[in-house]
Design a protein around this ligand. Sequence first.
Ligand code: PMP
Length: 400
Amino acid sequence: MKYGFAQRVRYMQSSAVRDILKVVNKGEVISFAGGLPDEDMFPVEAMRNAFHKALTAGDNKALQYGETEGHRPLRECLANRMKLKGIQRSSDHVLVTSGSQQAIDLFARVMFNPGDIVLTENPTYLAALQVFESYEVRVVPVVSDDDGMDLEDLEDKVKRLKPKCVYVVPTFSNPEGKMWSLERRKSLLNIAKKHQVVIFEDDPYGDIQFEGQGSYTPIAALDDENKYVLYTSTFSKTVAPALRIGWIVGPFQMIRMMAQAKQATDLHTNTLSQVAMVNLMNDFDLDGHIESLCHAYKERMLVMKDLLDSIQLEGLDYVEPRGGMFFWVRMPSHVNTAALLPQAVEKGVAFVPGSPFYVSNANESTLRLNFTHAKPELIEEGMRRLVAVINETRETVFPS
Ligand code: PMP
């Protein structure tokens, strides 16, 4: 049978991260590959109570179809949480989504015609690139440094290419673990205002902070007029990814259009998860839980950092993450990390090579390491294995 797939499937590729995960989930491999929280840190008892309460409320509403925009009490809780981040929006400006991933997809679905342009960092979040590519969008990278996008390159590309959107992960980014400076955030917003471009701020990691809560200002919080920024976040990293609860806030017209697209996609996000999430926020100290996550993950980050520091290799470089889940490591320029991966997996440790995260001009000597999934003892063992792989190949891969 010849299946007549649409032309756009040409642009769809399976994610390298997911393909690797399939392999490393089996066997004894210590994986630093996925962006996974630690299962032992899920608030299981509180979730059991929250779901129990949802199922025993007496009206069985938690098992019923719900509004596309989301369960109203959850939208209210989310609007309140957003206010604490300085994003002053009412619950009418909140759309509950099935994870942030769906927020990206719905946005792309209502915004882009084939050939439209989106500007991104380079590297950037792989699965956002997959979304953009599936809508036949032209993704153009902007030069960046440790503080964010290079403003000259950004403004030049905004003027010349007239993009519909600038997509950014400015807070503890995936994959670079990077934090944009406040100045760059303000400048990006000013450029967006000047040239009437939408900013899509993807912020799944913002609550995983190692320097205390409130150490950054979302770009959406600077957008007083609520005209230019769509902001998405999720409970995947702070509660549990299986809930599939994310949200997006932004200009009402855009939220309404995305809600229409969502009707056609899945009618609404899982009602039971949404009701349980409201119960969890009411009956459980979510912020205390997030604080203990930050504490545990910071400790793991520091364990990994010590072991990274022990690799005496000229040209190895990284920036210590101030939050989030990842180290982004630059190896000496003659090392191809994709070629290193099979040897690492054989030695029982996995990472993600950096190349798939790039839009173009991939730096093939980069790799991403997750430090939140494995416990500190496993991080030590995994890093010992990784260091051994690097040392073993030193002669051939790292000629002196
Ligand atoms: N954006 C970024 C930058 C991410 O890293 C992720 C998860 N890996 C998501 C969005 C999607 O998260 P979820 O759909 O689980 O909310």
